[in-house]
Design a protein. Sequence first.
Length: 251
Amino acid sequence: MDELALAVGAIGLVAGVMIGCVGVGGVIVVPALVYGLGLRIQDAIASAMMGYILTGLIGTAVYARAGSIRWSLAGWIAVGAAPGALAGAWASNGVDPRLLELLVGALALWSGANSLFGRRQLGERERPLRPLELAAVGALTGVLSAMTGTGGPLVLVPILISLRLPPLAAVGLSQAAQIPIAALATVGNFAYGEPDVSIGLVLGLSLAAGTWGGAKLAHALSREALGRVASTLLVVVGVLILTRLGLRQFA
């Protein structure tokens, strides 16, 4: 268990720094646990979601202290995210593992490509977001995050940015959204499966440490450079997952 704990901890630190800095990074957790450590994808997803509870608390505290969370928007996102997370947990324990791999790979590729090539034009004005719109975004984020073990920021940040929300505000909201998504997905995973609590705890502590450090870096270093590195990594991870899945289909 010692070697496994060290490996899980290293994965959590790297992913946590990415989550704290640019709001993405959770997508590398499940592939690393599955392909690197040999866990079943359902077990990896359940452990990842358990770990994101503490990550969400730490990330939210750091961003809230910096005044980067718009609480009026966070509440409406949570309204949709809570039931979405429960539905996603149910689906992740009942669907074909190959579909889960496909979703993880596609989300990684989409999120990375969107961040690299889908940036807003300079001078584009922010527009107000309606409550029902925010709840719908939250529901979609909850379902996809719980199904794929990505925590919330991977899905939520690109969507909010595409809706003309400033990047730092989008990342702050994604930190807050992790709490209800991860907590309710974990409840669902225990109801529908048997998550490994020890892996989840190690992952949670290392993700939290990485997220705390990453959130500090996000307010001190160039977010553009950090985002470019993280986005490129996501594209690479997505391509590798989809390629591996495709090769298995023809093997």
